[in-house]
Design a protein around this ligand. Structure first.
Ligand code: NAI
Length: 375
């Protein structure tokens, strides 16, 4: 999986990063943050549990070379908080968490020993934390972790679930349907043009769904082979990575990196809807979502529409069958519509999504958990 927010852009807003770790935990409301080293493999990892109020906390393990330890802490705290709101909006009885492995150098190859050491670290949480794929982690790595702990999802051989991307793509398409409905348009993709930035696991599958639904596609990727595949299979029009965001289209779907739309980009957009799978599409969600709203561009909050992969893995963890998993994914349409419809009295659709997550979070009484006693 790709890095879902270019760190440089995230760091631009590192106001909270300047706080110490406890300060950041308090500001964001974290329950627990654990640091781990493993002598034999050199593993250095952090698991951050934002909340287990709604249930066990599921969130990916990211392997990344961070310039400083502070950046790693900032990243894991920001991402784990986001997982709580994503799970709450998806109405999952799950909490929010994330973990990071601090690589000694960029693109350090993954090893079985490293994955197993991470699996042992995850196992110490006794099921409060359930790990899954994120940037730098694939199904093989997950299966190695699963040799050491049952608390991991998304493998193919030992753990289950596999790559959740097709479910993320489907959920994003459901989010697009809600956008059309909110705008009073027919839910009919024939005659619509959708610009898809990033043709990876999610983006390519989204193109397939949109093409089948009759949409015309404009596509871009930095990997030429993927662009040719989309042109050949979906009669897509290719544009350069520099031009995709300014494409004249009905829906712009960022499915590559995060942090691609800032307030200064808004006047250059030629889409009436922004709805994509990338995590953290906006550089500063509060500010940029308000700017989009002012420009009358409908923004579907990313953490609402890209929850399909989480629903898939969490649902399998909870023992749901395929019918229930599909029903939950289809509900993304209803949830997105509720968010969009409730945004009229708020500053932006992002604010409406956060309000919904907080509401759902507040409605559930805290579970009966064992109290931890120190000393
Ligand atoms: P991926 O790594 O398979 O695909 C990303 C694609 O974007 C690659 O083809 C890459 O070459 C391309 N790309 C990178 N920079 C680009 C640029 N400047 N212009 C155009 N293309 C560019 O990642 P995946 O799994 O498809 O995820 C896509 C996004 O969705 C990420 O932001 C990810 O965090 C997010 N997401 C993914 C989920 C999943 O189930 N895979 C779940 C929720 C969010």
């Amino acid at each position: 999986m790709s890095f879902n927010l270019s760190l440089a852009q995230a760091i631009r807003k590192m106001d909270t990063c300047e706080m110490n770790t406890f300060g950041q935990m308090l500001a964001r409301g974290h329950e627990r943050v654990c640091f781990h080293t493993d002598d034999q493999t050199g593993l250095r990892a952090i698991i951050a549990i934002h909340s287990t109020k709604l249930g066990s906390a599921l969130g990916g393990t990211r392997r990344w070379h961070y310039a400083t330890e502070e950046e790693a802490i900032y990243d894991v705290l920001r991402l784990s908080e986001g997982m709580t709101w994503k799970a709450a909006c998806a109405d999952l009885p799950m909490g929010g968490a994330k973990s990071v492995i601090l690589l000694p150098a960029p693109n350090t190859p993954r090893t079985e020993a490293e994955a197993r050491a991470m699996g042992r670290f995850v196992d110490t949480f006794a099921g409060d934390y359930i790990a899954a794929e994120d940037v730098g982690v694939d199904t093989r790595f997950i299966d190695w972790m699963a040799e050491e702990t049952p608390h991991v999802m998304g493998g193919e051989r030992v753990s289950t679930g596999g790559d959740p991307s097709p479910f993320t793509a489907r959920g994003t398409f459901n989010g697009m349907k809600a956008c059309l409905q909110h705008r009073g348009q027919a839910i009919d993709f024939s005659g619509l043009t959708v610009a898809v930035q990033g043709l990876g696991h999610v983006g390519m599958d989204l193109c397939r769904i949109l093409h089948t639904a009759g949409a015309s596609l404009i596509v871009s990727d930095i990997v030429e082979r993927r662009v040719s595949e989309a042109v050949d299979n979906f009669s897509a029009t290719a544009v350069s990575p520099d031009a995709i965001l300014q494409s004249k289209c009905d829906i712009l779907a960022p499915c590559a990196l995060g942090g691609v739309i800032g307030t200064e980009d808004v006047p250059r957009l030629h889409a009436s809807i922004v709805c994509g799978a990338a995590n953290n599409i906006l550089v500063d969600p509060e500010r940029d979502a308000a700017a989009l709203s002012k420009a009358d561009i409908l923004y579907a909050p990313d953490f609402v529409v890209n929850a399909g992969g989480l629903i898939w893995l969490a649902g399998l963890w909870l023992g749901w069958d395929r019918t229930e998993l599909d029903r939950r994914n289809d509900l993304i349409e209803e949830t997105t519509l509720e968010v969009l419809d409730s945004s009229s009295t708020l500053e932006s659709t992002h604010a409406a999504a956060i309000a919904m997550a907080h509401r759902r979070f507040a409605e559930v009484p805290p579970g009966e958990k064992e109290t931890l006693h120190a000393g």
